[in-house]
Design a protein around this ligand. Structure first.
Ligand code: ZNH
Length: 147
């Protein structure tokens, strides 16, 4: 059971309420695929991932980036029970998609970098702390059904 301070709750709610999903989702996923090229193996049906420009211009990558962010929305709305919220999604990633759970953290880090760039000076150390704590709980919960 994770505890959240009022500041952490307010920060997470605020970041996601102001976030442009259509911008941030595609940017975070495409960054992950460029920086950690082995993550491309799960997207063999996404067509051309030949270089950074191809990945950033790939409409399937963009669409999936939005899907992943909307997946995070569910954790934002259920901050006190992220583990149960993600039980099914964890099973999907482990048993059907067979995504190595180490990759969750890589995508989370790319998302942090994109959010930091968009927020600029507003992304203070305290805000970063709250955001990364939230993502750490997400990553751990998504990895819970692996065995
Ligand atoms: Zn994932 C899918 C979320 C990470 C890979 N995903 C998915 C979905 C969601 C998600 C919501 C949809 C599902 C259904 O349909 O039901 N993810 C997510 C999240 C995260 C993730 C939240 C974190 C943060 N993933 C990830 C990673 C990877 C992945 C890291 C690799 C690398 N996913 C994936 C895939 C899929 C998914 C492959 C399927 C896709 C298609 O469509 O085919």
């Amino acid at each position: 059971m994770v505890g959240w301070t009022d500041f952490e709750r307010a920060t997470i709610q605020s970041i996601f309420s102001k976030m442009n999903y259509d911008d941030v989702g595609p940017a975070a996923l495409s960054r992950c695929l460029v920086v950690y090229p082995w993550t491309q193996r799960y997207f063999g049906n996404f067509g051309n991932l030949y270089n950074a420009a191809a990945i950033q211009g790939n409409p399937m990558v963009a669409a999936h980036g939005k899907t992943v962010l909307h997946g995070l929305d569910r954790a934002v709305k259920n901050m006190d029970d992220i583990k149960a919220t993600y039980a099914e999604l964890s099973v999907l990633h482990s048993e059907k998609l067979r995504v190595d759970p180490d990759n969750f953290r890589l995508l989370a880090d790319c998302l942090t970098i994109v959010v930091a760039a968009r927020m600029g000076a507003a992304f203070t150390a305290d805000v970063q702390g709250a955001f990364q704590k939230f993502l750490a709980v997400v990553v751990s919960s998504l990895g819970k059904q692996y065995h």
